[in-house]
Design a protein around this ligand. Structure first.
Ligand SMILES: NC(=O)C1=CN([C@@H]2O[C@H](COP(=O)(O)OP(=O)(O)OC[C@H]3O[C@@H](n4cnc5c(N)ncnc54)[C@H](OP(=O)(O)O)[C@@H]3O)[C@@H](O)[C@H]2O)[C@@H](O)CC1
Ligand SMILES: Nc1ncnc2c1ncn2[C@@H]1O[C@H](COP(=O)(O)OP(=O)(O)O)[C@@H](O)[C@H]1O
Ligand SMILES: [K+]
Length: 480
């Protein structure tokens, strides 16, 4: 599991550790890791030209000490000081002692134009609000340079705790972060400014429960349901799909496609698109009546393409089994009923649906995904999977939010959300918790999207068809 902690949590851990270590030791650990990462990126340090963007805090200090280390190995280093009178003293002395030069933002142009590598030490976790004008200009100038840009701890201008970007920010090719990931490094839009992120261990003792986490291959492998010797189709879990309408039969077909690949023992379909579903998937158990008359299931998916059929949504929500609500279902569900359910409920809105549920503009959800998903989970007492450029899953109980690392914009194709709801619903029926079903579903869905597309457009059906392949790949990572 990859974990991220807020700036406040990091500061508390830093204080505790600093009290035990000699003065400056922690910054030296950070600078050593940073310099090593830069050396890797440069290939050859001797004779390279590096520029350090140095703000007035310890983030600038890290950049200066790392610059000094590289200068001692033969790099030509120039520090651009944003606040000359408040620059980290020890760091500046180290750089000067190693032969480094110093300049001002106004005179930084020539050095930036020649640079092989730029180290962004303008602000780290101490940054607040958008970059101030002089810092913003420097960030914009860096964009014009051909140098490899390495952000120190995080790209200056992104919000460490939320992933928001308020105005100009440094666009990095790589970020070297200290102690733990910061939520902004895993959540768009900020994530897209960070490039490849490398974590440097500086020995912090962090709380076991992070603010944000991201599943990795092995975590997903351990969560995948697998039939045992005594399994039959009912023990593996039966998932019910209440989706589709005369207008949108395709949503039913795609949700069933996702469900059949999600590890359930059987899929029941309830709704008016039974013929279409059977034509494509004869293994489906089709029922014409209301969902509650379709026979036992271990979880329901309700909503994709059901149009205005509020009765079908209410019928599903009245059943005391886990329910995943998607698409039209989110609009038709009675909020009071959602809140009062005792079995797990999973809501899977995209930003527009989330905005409607919260009564805010869509842009507000897109720019502040983490706060939005947490608010939805709290307001509806449900696990919430917020779809989009970074898919986030918040548990109903306020625990750590999961960021999905496998997303790809190739998934932005009609019907791919229906596949996700079927897939996650099947995982719910197989016995995974709401958070695990949603986050494992999003993980596999993202991998399947990448596999199906491989650089060319793929349809939602292609995404569903690629699920078994990625499932196999992930299972290969499971401990024997
Ligand atoms: N603590 C430790 O043990 C370790 C910490 N480490 C490192 O320290 C970093 C944190 O350092 P930090 O706390 O000094 O804050 P930092 O990120 O440099 O920024 C503060 C400065 O920026 C300024 N500023 C603020 N907002 C701004 C804006 N929007 N636009 C422009 N400027 C803005 C603000 O100015 P002021 O408001 O004071 O005028 C202030 O002077 C951390 O990210 C990591 O890299 C590592 O060495 C490991 C050990
Ligand atoms: N820019 C993007 N980057 C990554 N994934 C995206 C992006 N846009 C959409 N997606 C994903 O594509 C899927 C679309 O689902 P949804 O919005 O419900 O569409 P539909 O209703 O057409 O199926 C979701 O899994 C979502 O996370
Ligand atoms: K930075």
């Amino acid at each position: 599991m990859r974990t991220a902690h807020s700036a406040e949590t990091v500061r508390a851990a830093e204080r505790a550790l600093m009290a035990e270590l000699p003065e400056g030791a922690l910054m030296q650990r950070a600078a050593a890791g940073l310099a090593a990462a830069c050396a890797d990126l440069l290939g050859r340090v001797y004779g390279s030209r590096i520029v350090l963007l140095v703000g007035s805090g310890d983030n600038g200090g890290d950049a200066l000490y790392a610059g000094a280390r590289l200068a001692r190995r033969g790099a030509g280093a120039t520090a651009v000081l944003l606040a000359p009178e408040r620059t980290h003293e020890g760091g500046l002395a180290a750089l000067r002692g190693a032969g480094g030069q110093v300049t001002t933002p106004a005179d930084a142009g020539p050095a930036l134009a020649r640079a092989d590598l730029v180290l962004d030490g303008i602000v780290g976790i101490g940054g607040k609000g958008g970059l101030r004008p002089e810092a913003a200009e420097l960030a914009a100038a860096v964009r014009e340079s051909d140098a490899v840009v390495v952000a120190v701890d995080l790209p200056s201008g992104i919000e460490a705790d939320t992933g928001e970007v308020l105005g100009e920010a440094v666009r990095a090719d790589a970020t070297v972060t200290f102690g733990t990931y910061k939520p902004g490094l895993l959540i768009d839009p900020a994530r897209s400014y960070a490039g490849a992120v490398r974590l440097v261990d500086i020995g912090l003792d962090l709380p076991a429960v992070p603010e944000l986490e991201a599943l990795q291959y092995a975590d997903v492998a351990a969560l995948l349901p697998e039939p045992g010797a005594e399994s039959d189709k009912y023990r593996r879990g039966v998932v019910g799909i209440a989706a589709g309408s005369a207008t949108y039969p395709g949503a039913a077909v795609l949700a069933v496609a996702g469900a059949l690949r999600g590890g359930a023992g059987a899929v029941r379909y309830s709704g008016p698109a039974g013929d279409e579903v059977l034509a494509r998937f004869p293994e489906t158990l089709v029922h014409a009546g209301p969902p509650s008359a379709a026979g036992r299931v271990q979880a329901w998916v309700v909503g994709p393409g059901i149009g205005e059929d509020a009765a079908r949504v209410a019928d599903v929500l009245a059943q005391d089994v886990p329910v995943l609500v998607d698409a039209d279902g989110l609009r038709l569900a009675d909020p009071q009923v959602l809140r009062s359910r005792t079995a797990p409920t999973v809501l899977t809105p995209h930003a527009g649906e989330a905005a409607a549920l919260l009564g805010v503009p869509r842009e507000e959800v897109e720019s502040a995904r983490l706060a939005s998903v947490r608010r939805l989970a709290a307001e509806f007492s449900a696990t919430v999977l917020l779809k989009g450029s970074t898919t986030l899953v918040a548990p109903a109980d306020g625990g750590p939010v999961r960021a999905n690392p496998t997303g790809t914009s190739w998934l932005a194709t009609a019907g791919s959300g229906d596949v996700l709801s079927g897939l996650s619903g099947a995982l719910l029926a197989a016995g995974l918790s709401g958070v695990d079903a949603a986050s494992v579903g999003a993980y596999l869905h993202g991998l399947a999207g990448r596999r199906a597309a491989s650089g060319a457009p793929a349809s939602a059906q292609d995404v569903a068809a690629a699920i078994p392949e990625v499932w196999r790949d992930v299972r290969g990572e499971a401990p024997a």
